[in-house]
Design a protein around this ligand. Structure first.
Ligand SMILES: *[C@@H]1O[C@H](CO)[C@@H](O)[C@H](O)[C@H]1NC(C)=O
Ligand SMILES: *[C@@H]1O[C@H](CO)[C@@H](O)[C@H](O)[C@H]1NC(C)=O
Ligand SMILES: *[C@@H]1O[C@H](CO)[C@@H](O)[C@H](O)[C@H]1NC(C)=O
Ligand SMILES: *[C@@H]1O[C@H](CO)[C@@H](O)[C@H](O)[C@H]1NC(C)=O
Ligand SMILES: *[C@@H]1O[C@H](CO)[C@@H](O)[C@H](O)[C@H]1NC(C)=O
Length: 358
């Protein structure tokens, strides 16, 4: 066993300038309803994660964990021999632990970019994760303290679009009408082009003001659009009806109604990600609630609201099941590198997509 103290709080240990206490995507836990509880809970999740990697994944995982500072993507790329699936399973557990930590101890920031990123990790790393179960995700319209881009809404669309690619490729109604091999090749390419166009539409329309590169555009270009002839999709997008015939307009398929062509993209937004201000003064789901991940039940108890008075500048109202935005502070947190797109190795959305289009 490596010294645990070295494994427990890698972010704090490696960031020489950090004064504030950090926890995962949160660069300053002092904003949380219960900063100490948040830190303790994240530390515990990190210890379990380190144990999971070093005791369950194959040889060399300890030194890999150390050299990568626990970063999932780094481990998957630098030392794939320890098992990408194993790293992902451990990362999945850590992500759900972090969801629990935040829901209990930092419930006043569940609509922040930081929490939404945390939820995104669960979606990317967990196999067959039921995204509709993720608490506080996606963020409701106009929620207090929300991230400038509704990254949950975007990720949800991307997941549905990816699933529709399979539906489209297997759509019997359409396949039955095809007569030859050429027809078939064209139809398959059309399904792919429509999915690519729908992904572009989602990135550029859900958050038109956000720089596309901050919300995964480059990732999608690298793994899906570039390698699958997106540049040649123009004629297919004209010849086929992506919305109706190929099904991409359906609510269950991502609800896409505008299909951009490769040479006809909307203007890029210019903003980075930041929290728009406003603070939750009572836990959105009440003092206690549960959520399920597969068959696993997570019981959440919102921590005391000691710190919220100072965080919002208004008195705490008690733990009722209402979400109240006070709009008291408009701090811009977030920015530069908060958004991490799905890891290329992700077992969830990205992995499923890779399988479909392989
Ligand atoms: C990994 O090992 C721990 C014990 O160290 C065990 O409880 C757990 O079920 C194993 N699997 C995963 C995925 O964590
Ligand atoms: C397949 O698509 C190409 C390019 O859009 C087109 O030229 C060709 O006629 C199509 N072939 C069939 C069989 O539809
Ligand atoms: C718009 O964003 C995309 C994705 O990050 C990038 O490839 C492209 O170069 C950008 N276009 C401009 C004009 O900046
Ligand atoms: C299958 O194709 C039909 C006809 O083109 C379309 O109406 C239907 O929505 C498609 N089904 C799915 C699940 O995409
Ligand atoms: C957290 O990050 C934001 C944006 O990058 C920055 O403005 C803020 O000062 C950071 N807070 C701390 C305590 O480092």
């Amino acid at each position: 066993m490596p010294a645990l103290s070295r494994l427990v709080v890698p972010w704090a240990a490696f960031s020489s300038l950090a004064v504030a206490a950090t926890a995962g995507y949160f660069n300053d836990t002092s904003v949380c309803a219960d900063p100490k509880g948040m830190q303790k809970c994240y530390d515990k999740a990190e210890t379990s994660y380190a144990n999971c990697i070093t005791s369950n994944c194959s040889d060399g995982s300890e030194s890999c964990y150390d050299s990568c500072n626990g970063d999932t993507t780094c481990m998957a790329t630098q030392c794939p021999n320890i098992g990408v699936d194993c790293i992902n399973v451990c990362g999945c557990v850590r992500a759900t632990d972090r969801i629990d930590c935040t829901a209990s101890s930092c419930w006043n920031h569940v609509y922040s970019c930081e929490y939404q990123e945390t939820a995104q990790d669960a979606l990317n790393l967990c196999l067959n994760f039921d995204m509709d179960q993720i608490p506080f995700w996606p963020v409701p319209e106009n929620a207090a303290g929300r991230c400038s881009c509704n990254i949950g809404k975007l990720a949800r669309k991307e997941t549905l679009i990816s699933a529709q690619l399979t539906e489209c490729s297997n759509n019997k109604t359409n396949l039955d009408q095809l007569s030859g091999a050429k027809d078939m090749t064209n139809y398959t390419q059309a399904c792919t082009c429509c999915a690519q166009s729908a992904i572009v539409s989602a990135i550029w329309s859900v958050c038109p003001n956000t720089k596309p590169s901050k919300i995964g555009a480059d990732y999608w270009y690298d793994v899906f659009l570039g390698p699958h002839h997106w540049e040649e999709c123009g004629p297919y997008l004209e010849a086929y009806d992506c919305g109706s015939d190929l099904g991409y307009a359906a609510e269950s398929a991502g609800d896409t109604h505008t299909f951009y062509k490769p040479n006809n993209l909307p203007k890029n937004g210019t903003e980075t990600l930041y929290n728009t201000g406003g603070v939750l003064s009572t836990p959105v789901s009440g003092a206690t609630f549960t959520w399920t991940d597969g068959s696993l039940l997570h019981g959440i108890t919102a921590a005391s609201i000691n710190n919220v008075a100072s965080a919002t500048g208004t008195g705490a109202q008690g733990a009722t099941a209402t979400a109240t935005g006070t709009g008291a502070s408009a701090t811009k947190t977030g920015g530069a590198s908060i958004y991490s797109p799905p890891t290329w190795a992700g077992a969830g959305m990205a992995g499923a997509l890779a399988l479909i289009i392989a």
